[in-house]
Ligand binder design. Sequence first.
Ligand code: UN1
Length: 496
Amino acid sequence: MTTRDFGNFINGDWADALSGETFESRNPADLTEVLGTFAKSGAADVDRAVQAAKDAYPSWLGTPVPQRADYVLRVALLLEERKEDLSETMTREMGKTLKEARADVQEGIDFAHYMAGEGRRFFGDTIPAELSNKFYMTVRHPIGVAGLITPWNFPIAIPLWKIAPAIVSGCTSVFKPAEDTPLCAALLVDMFREVGLPPGVLNLVNGMGDEAGAALVDHPGVNAISFTGSLEVGRMISEKCARSMKRCSLELGSKNALIVMPDAQMDLAVESAAWGAFATSGQRCTATSRLIVHDRVRAEFTERLVDRVSGMKVGNGLDPEVELAPVINEQQKKRVLEYIGVGRQEGAKVLIGGEEPQGEEYANGHFLTPTVFDEMTPEMRIAREEIFGPVTGIMNVESVEEAIAVANSVDYGLSCSIYTHDITNTFKAVQQLEFGVIYVNAPTIGAEIQVPFGGMKNTGNGHREAGPQSLDEFTEWKTIGIDFSGKLQRAQMSEP
Ligand code: UN1
């Protein structure tokens, strides 16, 4: 595979960082492979990109919505054509298995199609007035210049969750992708260039979070920030945005749970737990990091899960047999190993995994074995804090009420599953679980793009991505009242 070099994409052109500095992207399964070098941007580059976005805004605002959406449709079609190549690049750059990389690209394609359709709707309401000969309507108005900051775990899907609605809404944007996946980001942005998106509507600035990302959040010319990442960074962004009164939508961490009731279909529960905990090596904000299992089936569930996990092949995601691909980088690997140590100290028992795999084939990558803890209890740090790696833990409960209380006992609330066929328990859980996405007899991962996605508590700040709600991140509502009575009508005072 050839090494690619990309600068920033500003006002329709690729350009090096003003400092001339660069950084590399390497394959987490084989660190000797360099995928490319990328502009390491600072505040001056961000300033240029924001200026380009500001300059492009007035004419983009005046562009008909179906026309804006058409660029998104054309990128969807290009992505379909290039799906296989792009998926392979993603596996090399981010590590996830090729099957999962294809699904990531597919999620991007699906959402781009969905948003392209939204360009022919973009509905507002008409609302009756109290006064005679008066008419009300609401229209969406773009919020202006948006800063889009994305993580590395879904290098195509999550950027599109932000870029596509920003474009359709009439925002112009500056996109700062994660420093671990700059190649996927550059290839995606280049497709928007190829389909002729007007210069300045979408700008890309690569670089580190504390330089390029921070400069974007701080820039007075940016009206809204959409961020997906950790709680720690999200809190910082939220504080900064509060001071400058920027719109800020956050999609942060979680501590998702899968509840197994005694009447669960056991093979399904076991397979879903393994998939939810270890797909993408646990690096999804929807990953199943807690298994809340009813005492009556705990022994059976545990035995079957350990058996299933012990058969998982760890390795390079390009190998079709591999189920557990590497984690993203050295720092993340260390963090996961530290958490495993914390869990042991807290008294949880490692049933399987808990270490780095041994062998020549693992020497050049960030590999970990899949880890299952037993005897995890709600007050443990490993049961409360997001690990973002291939680690899950079993917790014992004796009733549906206790299961719901344990599930709700964390500060996060993105996704939660319950495995049961009991209608009463199902509805109790659906009513009482404090999670933004709830699944019954389906895993905690695998959101579909046409439904709103986001979480309660520290997972976010009330916004939702995907689904029709995704337009809310990038638009303001304008209420328009038209009085054609020809006289002054005083609201709440005029005679009917
Ligand atoms: C994320 O991990 O940040 O629900 C998003 C899922 C995905 C979305 C995850 N489609 O598994």
